[in-house]
Design a protein around this ligand. Structure first.
Ligand SMILES: NC(=O)c1ccc[n+]([C@@H]2O[C@H](COP(=O)([O-])OP(=O)(O)OC[C@H]3O[C@@H](n4cnc5c(N)ncnc54)[C@H](O)[C@@H]3O)[C@@H](O)[C@H]2O)c1
Length: 440
């Protein structure tokens, strides 16, 4: 099938590459000329395991192409994916300007029936807004004869395993009330639906809400565990034991119940905020969602509070080794990362940071530029040299079994602040390391 994808970010690029891999003929379109030119030359703008090979191979075979030419892009596809960003507006609502700009572009350039597939995470009612905008533009063109349908098809990929998630989705949510559109969507996704039925057909508004409900549920699990962790600390309990104790209940399960330094990323924070905004706009008080967000904002300050207490409020001119900058492992994405809240608090207190991350060094440099209180180190060992403590914010595999003797020698004093509970407190105690973690 001929497919056009608007937006070559984490979602659009991965989706485009995966659709090309199974044989569809894909054109990815973006307004960012630089990104498109680089992609044409085989440079992948983001780090995502397996993506580089997939993009290069499919680009070489001609099944995956890149353009900034809207007319050519729209002309190519029988279906048009919208996979552009929906960042939070100042009031926390999802900003739909990119989504609606794509709707306009499609309506301006389409010459035959089109199916518009909304893959971006958008508030309930967005498909209606896309439809209205397109009808307006088609009317201005005098092309009311052209028909189209808008489908909600939210994406559930996880950064860090985006390619694998798209190749083997848990479920494929399709929001449409048209049987013709359903038929086309089933054909599009047939290669991903062979093992067992994964397609769930529903009305558009339910599909739109499903995505928010999923992310808010996951954010709730994390904030719940963080609340339990803070309680455990005060009550003399160990949240890691509690986690295993409750995870063994199949109704609860082990997934997503790790306590830590708060959730970040481009999705949970903005999606929780957007659903709060949606609820309030219809006079519904989202008590639970607000608590989830509040707990998370507080949790991002927990490591700093522990540091500040350990150093008795004197962080001026201290140097801290920081392992992990991305908001989670296996990505270079630093949007809303806990590391940023921590670094900014440390700088505010007059401290210096020596940071290392396996993939997010360029992104850190892009965000913060060159500043005297930030050293970007080439290895995790280099970050330790002469530091007053080690802080771990992201649970990359490479941090899970470090050489503790080396850490002890490299640091001024053997102190570790661990925002992801990677180590056994007793074991570290025996090694003579002062160890602070979350909820233990
Ligand atoms: N990142 C994730 O893990 C993830 C997972 C599921 C869903 N989502 C949702 O998918 C959507 C996209 O997220 P992302 O992380 O891929 O965003 P992103 O910011 O990485 O990429 C968005 C891309 O859209 C491009 N763009 C903006 N306006 C455009 C236009 N008019 N025409 C063509 N391209 C345009 C931008 O230049 C950019 O390259 C969001 O709604 C997000 O909430 C993201």
């Amino acid at each position: 099938m001929k497919v056009t994808v608007f937006g070559v970010g984490y979602v659009g690029l991965v989706q485009g590459a995966v659709l090309a891999e199974v044989g569809h003929d894909v054109v990815c379109l973006d307004v960012d000329t630089n990104k498109i030119e680089r992609l044409k030359q085989g440079h992948i703008p983001i780090y995502e395991p397996g993506l580089e090979t997939l993009v290069r191979e499919n680009h070489t075979t001609g099944r995956l192409n890149f353009t900034t030419d809207a007319a050519a892009g729209v002309k190519h596809g029988e279906v048009q994916f919208i996979a552009v960003g929906t960042p939070p507006d100042e009031d926390g609502s999802a900003d739909l300007k990119y989504v609606l700009a794509v709707a306009e572009t499609i309506a301006l350039n389409m010459e035959s029936h089109q199916i518009i597939i909304d893959k971006s995470t958008v508030p309930v009612g967005t498909a209606d807004k896309v439809r209205t905008r397109m009808v307006e533009v088609l009317a201005q063109r005098g092309r009311e004869d052209l028909s189209f349908d808008v489908v909600s098809n939210p994406e559930f990929l996880k950064e860090g395993s985006a390619v694998a998630d798209c190749m083997r989705p848990d479920r494929i949510i399709i929001g449409t009330s048209s049987t013709d559109t359903e038929d086309v969507m089933r054909e599009l996704y047939a290669p991903f639906n062979r093992n067992h039925e994964k397609i769930i057909i529903m009305d558009v508004r339910s599909a739109e809400l499903t995505k928010y409900a999923a992310n808010c549920m996951l954010a709730t699990k994390i904030s719940f565990m963080n609340e339990m962790a803070n309680l455990a600390e005060k009550l003399g309990a160990d949240i890691e034991m509690v986690r295993q104790g409750i995870g063994s209940d199949p109704r609860i399960g082990y997934h997503f119940i790790y306590a830590g330094a708060g959730y970040g990323g481009s999705c949970f924070p903005k999606d929780v905020q957007a659903l709060i905004h949606t609820a309030e706009s219809i006079d519904f008080e989202p008590t639970l969602l607000k608590a989830v967000e509040l707990r998370n904002a507080e949790q991002k300050t927990v490591l700093f509070k522990k540091l500040n207490a350990h150093f008795k409020g004197n962080l001026q001119d201290k140097t801290f080794a920081l392992w992990g900058l991305s908001f989670k492992p296996n990505t270079d994405d630093m949007r809303e990362a806990s590391s940023r809240v921590l670094m900014e608090a440390l700088w505010e207190a007059g401290a210096r940071v020596q940071a290392y991350d396996p993939e997010a060094m360029n992104e850190t440099q892009r965000i913060y530029g060159n500043r005297p209180d930030l050293g970007l180190c080439g290895t995790k060992e280099a970050a330790l040299q002469g530091a007053d403590a080690l802080i771990i914010v992201t649970e990359w595999q490479a941090f899970k079994a470090p050489d503790f003797e080396f850490i002890k020698q490299a640091l001024n004093k053997p102190v570790i602040f661990d925002g992801r509970n990677l180590f056994d407190p007793e074991r570290l105690g025996r090694k003579g390391i002062r160890y602070y973690s979350i909820g233990r």
